[in-house]
Design a protein around this ligand. Structure first.
Ligand code: NAD
Ligand code: TYD
Length: 348
């Protein structure tokens, strides 16, 4: 039985990846390593906790001694690395935490993998999950390809860019078998309500202002989280060694247009008079270093591995909104306590 380590599997994307691997690959034992920071939540994966091919391990990827011991004990065959500090606004107020987890944490995993795989690298794989934000900002035209130069602007994207470079360096220097994917903005169930879509869904439910940064004319390329999980499955099994693949939704939206669409759907779902939620829109101070536009050219993964999104934005948004409306307890649990302090500091 192959032993696969997935890091960050109690977070948003990681929980969808862990579930997919536990259910679809009974021939693998899946080890989910997660520190359970504010963003990690075992409720996200409660349905698989008793599966016989699944083990949860609480631990910190920044702890080098712990990581080395874990790799020595389990002799993993593959690593899918998602654990990270992931929110740009938090990286602006606390950049050091991002260097620790995203750079040092990734280094610890790379080094531990290199150590146990020294003599048998061919059938092993280190899969690093990264973001399109490493490429910086696009103007009104063009798309990010795998050869676009790195040009990160936020402490978050700089820390992810740095980790990507270390992964490549371990491939070149030590022949570590790796793949990297750089994905656009995800949305879907289990998304922590600090990011645009779940934050605004929660605020609409609670009749709270919708804080649109700057003029709202910033553009993101949105992908449904299950489509990302499917791409990760494909790249882990079929991606070429030492390659990078961009993953995107072919789905660009200006923030303000997306917010207005969300408001319209939510008014219908909540039986409110049309226009009620739009009245909650409040333009607020812009994010420093705010990237104007991200958009992915996903033709490489499409042509080489046959991947494309399976869900339209309208379908994905509907599934997502319904999930939040049906999971009030999840939402209440994650927005109590420390979340309130974060919200006060960020938005007042
Ligand atoms: P998330 O913030 O929802 O989850 C991160 C998880 O990592 C949490 O469960 C957290 O507890 C865990 N974690 C944090 N620090 C840790 C540490 N030191 N040790 C062990 N575990 C730790 O993030 P997400 O949105 O699911 O993103 C997952 C990955 O995908 C990240 O690497 C992110 O950069 C990348 N990514 C995210 C998006 C997106 O839109 N969310 C897009 C592209 C790429
Ligand atoms: P976010 O979900 O934080 O993702 P990222 O910054 O990684 O792309 O933000 C998406 C877009 O929404 C981005 O342009 C910033 C904007 N935004 C707001 O206008 N208001 C908010 O409260 C948040 C969290 C984001």
């Amino acid at each position: 039985m192959k032993k696969i380590l997935i890091t960050g599997g109690a977070g948003f994307i990681g929980s969808h990846v862990v579930r997919r691997f536990v259910k679809n690959y009974p021939q693998y034992h899946i080890y989910n390593l997660d520190l359970l920071t504010y963003a990690g939540n075992l409720e996200n994966i409660a349905d698989i906790q008793n599966e016989s091919n699944y083990t949860f391990i609480k631990g910190d990827i920044v702890d080098e001694v712990f990581i080395n011991a874990l790799f020595q004990e389990h002799q993993f065959d593959g690593v899918i690395h998602l654990a990270a500090e992931s929110h740009v606004d938090r990286s602006i107020t606390n950049p050091i935490a991002f260097v620790k987890t995203n750079v040092i944490g990734t280094m610890n995993l790379l080094h531990a993998a290199k150590t146990i795989w020294a003599n048998i690298p061919e059938d092993k794989r280190f899969y690093h999950i990264s973001t399109d934000e490493v490429y910086g900002s696009l103007g009104m035209d063009g798309l990010f390809t795998e050869t676009t130069a790195y040009d990160p602007n936020s402490p978050y994207s700089a820390s992810k860019a740095s980790s990507d470079h270390f992964v490549r360096a371990y491939g070149e220097t030590y022949n570590l078998p790796y793949v990297i994917t750089n994905c656009s903005n995800n949305y879907g169930p289990n998304h922590f309500p600090e990011k645009l879509i779940p934050l605004f869904i929660n605020n609409i439910i609670n009749n709270k202002p919708l804080p649109v940064y700057g003029d709202g004319n910033y553009t993101r390329d949105w992908l449904f989280v299950e489509d990302h999980a499917r791409a990760i499955d494909l790249v882990f099994h079929k991606g070429k060694n030492h390659e990078t693949y961009n993953i995107g939704g072919f789905n660009e939206w200006k923030n303000i247009d997306l917010v207005k669409l969300l408001c319209q759907i939510m008014d219908q779902k909540l039986d409110r008079v049309s226009g009620t939620s739009e009245n909650l829109i409040a333009y607020v101070k812009d994010r420093p270093g705010h990237d104007l536009r991200y958009a992915i050219d996903a033709s490489k993964i499409n042509q080489e591995l046959g991947w494309k999104p399976s869900v339209t934005f309208e379908q994905g948004l509907e599934i997502t909104i319904d999930w939040y409306l049906n999971n009030e307890t999840w939402l209440k649990n994650v927005t109590s306590g420390a979340y309130q302090n974060y919200y006060e500091k960020q938005y007042h």
